[in-house]
Design a protein around this ligand. Structure first.
Ligand code: ARG
Length: 461
């Protein structure tokens, strides 16, 4: 079969339909630089094993450098007849080094160990880029948190007013989740830093090649300890796809809030013009498209993960061609996040908060009822009873159409003798916030300590 990597035992070439189905150059070409780096490392171990002379190694490396330059400039591209990145690059090598020398490089390696290695190299590089984008988003949140220290807002559960919290506390809740995603990528890298090169098709190589030399050359910590695992496992890809999906979900959670906050009803934030869009028919519209696309792309990232897991679930050992389907999901997840993260971090950095409105809504909706109950506990009332009494105050205020601080001393006394006028000390946003000063709480002092710890962990990330 002309130009193919495997023609020897075949009488004729593949059907056009098979060739079209089999082809992967339209998505695996992005691995070309990694394939050439792998080829350089492989040439060196062939030389070390006595399978290439010094001159041959020099000639091989020179041809690979030329090919690399041509791939980078776009002068060398996969041909219509090339099946995959490996076959295409072998053709390019032979064009530059001649069939005699170029044909020697394939000894002791297989596309199975090659592709498993190149994928890891690519993902390790892009995990760093993505971590940088996530860190920039965390920075945007931290900057907004620092800028608005002291501003209260309604904290919610079930989307209902629950208790007042600091806006900074709320923003930093998103920052912690994203910081853990960065920590996950760093932890993932330990498992990704194992090189499958040297595993061959599935059983290793008989040629005396040194897999650890290749691994070190390509920036890995070590070579795989099991050649079947090296060529057939893709859990490292799936874990990457999971972290990418988790980042998508975390960005989507922030985005959903920004979409709500930007509504007329909430009016908590104004989006910067540079991070919002208009309507082709309604002249007044200013839409939160960045946030909506983030929410939408989270679905896509989850799809990349589930598609990949479904591909893997029924596979017997070792390599199966199904594994060619491993790349598009992780490439798509990579492209999606690299596109999305700068937009989301820019949107957050430029948000303008309507702090007066947030502050004035913070205690409303009986959000200080828990403070009354906890104040009663400090007066020695069992919480079970305190909860009932505070609930009775809410019921009364609700029936009168007023807030808790509008009830009179007499009305409080009528509910319980324990509800003396002193209860008013906790009937303010400030009182409520300040009392939550233990680690993790929303008091300003606790949020300042939180910021310091977060920054420490950011520096280490
Ligand atoms: N293109 C394949 C992949 O992406 C690698 C080639 C392995 N092909 C084979 N017939 N063993 O997984």
């Amino acid at each position: 079969v002309q130009g193919a990597l495997w023609g020897g035992r075949f009488a004729g070439g593949p059907a056009d339909a098979l060739a079209a189905l089999s082809k992967s150059t339209h998505f695996d070409w992005r691995l070309a630089g990694y394939d050439i780096a792998g080829s350089r490392a492989h040439a060196r171990v062939l030389h070390k094993a006595g399978l290439l002379t010094g001159d041959e190694l020099t000639g091989m490396l020179k041809a690979l450098d030329e090919l690399d330059a041509d791939v980078r400039s776009g002068a060398y591209l996969p041909a219509e007849s090339d099946e995959d990145v490996h076959g295409s690059l072998e053709r390019g090598l032979i064009e530059r080094a001649g069939a005699q020398l170029g044909g020697k490089l394939r000894a002791g390696r297989s596309r199975n160990d090659q592709i498993a290695t190149l994928g890891r190299m690519y993902l390790r590089d892009h995990a760093r880029i993505i971590a940088g984008g996530v860190l920039a988003t965390v920075d945007s949140l931290v900057e907004q948190a620092e800028k608005h220290l002291g501003v209260a807002m309604p904290g919610r559960t079930h989307l209902q007013h629950a208790q007042p919290v600091l806006l900074s506390h709320h923003l930093l809740a998103h920052a912690w989740a994203l910081l853990r995603d960065v920590q996950r990528l760093a932890d993932w890298d330990k498992r990704a830093a194992v090189s499958p090169y040297g595993s061959g098709a599935l059983a290793g190589s008989s040629l005396g090649l040194d897999p650890n030399a290749v691994a070190a050359d390509l920036g890995f910590d070590s070579a795989a300890w099991n050649s079947i695992d090296g060529t057939a496992s893709r859990d490292v890809y799936a874990e990457y796809a999971w972290v990418a999906a988790m980042i998508g979900v975390d960005l989507s959670r922030i985005s959903e809030e920004i979409i709500l906050w930007a509504t007329k009803e909430f009016s908590f934030v104004t989006l910067d013009d540079a991070f919002s869009t208009g309507s082709s028919i309604m002249p007044q519209k200013k839409n939160p498209d960045v946030a909506e696309l983030a929410r939408g792309k989270a679905g896509r990232l989850i799809g990349d993960l589930t598609g990949l897991l479904a591909t893997l679930k029924g596979l017997p050992l070792a390599y199966n061609r199904d594994l060619q389907e491993d790349k598009e999901p992780v490439f798509d997840a990579t492209d999606t996040l690299e596109l999305l993260l700068p937009a989301v971090s820019g949107m957050i950095a430029t948000l303008v908060f309507n702090t007066e409105r947030m502050q004035s809504l913070a205690p409303q909706g009986f959000a200080l009822a828990t403070d009354i109950a906890e104040w009663l506990v400090r007066q020695g009332v069992p919480f079970r009873e305190a909860h009932e009494l505070s609930g009775a105050a809410v019921k009364l205020a609700e029936s009168r159409g007023v807030e808790l601080w509008d009830l009179t001393d007499e009305e409080y006394a009528g509910i319980s003798e324990h509800l003396t006028p002193e209860v008013r000390t906790v009937l303010s946003t400030e009182g409520s916030l300040d009392s939550r000063s233990a680690q993790g709480g929303t008091a300003r002092s606790a949020v300042e300590a939180q910021l310091a710890e977060l920054k420490k962990q950011l520096d280490a990330a």
